[in-house]
Design a binder for this molecule. Sequence first.
Ligand code: GLN
Length: 193
Amino acid sequence: MTIGVLALQGDFDLHRKALARIGHESVEVRLPRQLEQVGGLIMPGGESTTLLKLLDEWDFVPALEKFHAAGKPIFGTCAGLILLAREVESPTQPSLGLIDITAERNAYGRQKESFETEGEADLGQGPQPIKMVFIRAPRIRRMGPAVTPLVMHQGECVMARQGTVLVAAFHPELTDDQTVHRYFASMVRQAAG
Ligand code: GLN
């Protein structure tokens, strides 16, 4: 099952490379109708305000809602997390609302705008360390009861899942750690049956 990578803006190419490293096929998605050819979608990091404008301009929102309603997995990293959240703060902006979290944009302050660190993942096979890169990252300030935390960093959830929607505040495509792309690929295989 091919994974689409939303290629409107941001670091989509590194996600395709990360998928290639685990032997998973991917394609760029630049038009809503291309969603029909993929079994899952990655929404990469970038600038969420720009991405929102482009999604609107290309009439992506109804197609993404349909994709989600069809049970196809979506994975948002960083700006992608912001776009998928139910609520966005600092400042408030519209979002798709496909996962019941509140995201606070640029929440790591100035001197920590970008940093590399390690967190703890629990993806069903017991806790394991995971490498993470944060770039002007959002914080998950609230999680609804249907949301499961999957990766923690200093007591805060930085990756979470609700059904077929996965979000990460960090950039798994910027490290050689394959954990997260493998996890999303397994969600896509499972959804495809
Ligand atoms: N700060 C960006 C935003 O608010 C996200 C940064 C990123 O995706 N690396 O949209």
